[in-house]
Design a protein around this ligand. Structure first.
Ligand code: 5GP
Ligand code: ZN
Length: 134
């Protein structure tokens, strides 16, 4: 069965990319729970964290460390929730390992409800994050 996130990493399916390095790829979630909601995936397919390598786990966290400050700066957020739905029981929908960075602003409720921003708004947010990453 073809993998959605492998297709995004390869460019076969378009996305709003914010960052990539040799081992990881980051792009905006199409149904963000907050502005700047970003997914970080390994470039090499694994269904979940447990079926990948320890090295992959480290690379994903290194990318969180690298890009989270720029995401917060770009959207004017004060903090973020870092999430992973690991396995069907936890609500994993896409079976290619991914972390969610969900920016949060002081005083704004921490909801996990998906929103449906316009493609133009998503593109502008991604551009602002890339700009903040320098
Ligand atoms: P999960 O529940 O597996 O942790 O989360 C999968 C995430 O992928 C969801 O938050 C969903 O909005 C996001 N998503 C699903 N399909 C696409 C897509 O085609 N493009 C992007 N950018 N995100 C997607
Ligand atoms: Zn995949």
């Amino acid at each position: 069965m073809p993998c959605l996130f492998c297709a995004i990493v390869s460019g076969e399916i378009p996305c709003q990319k914010v960052y990539e390095d040799a081992s990881t790829f980051a792009f905006l979630d199409i149904g963000p729970v907050s502005e700047g909601h970003t997914l970080i995936v390994p470039k090499t397919h694994a269904d979940n964290l447990a079926s990948g390598s320890a090295e992959t786990a480290q690379q994903l966290m290194a990318t969180v460390y690298r890009i989270a400050p720029a995401i917060l700066k770009a959207v004017g957020a004060d903090g973020y929730n870092l999430g992973m739905n690991h396995g069907e029981a936890a609500g994993q929908d896409v079976f290619h390992t991914h972390l969610h960075i969900m920016p949060r602003k002081v005083g704004v409720p921490r909801v996990f409800t998906k929103t449906h921003p316009s493609p133009e708004l998503l593109a502008a947010t991604a551009a602002a994050i890339r700009e903040a990453l320098g």
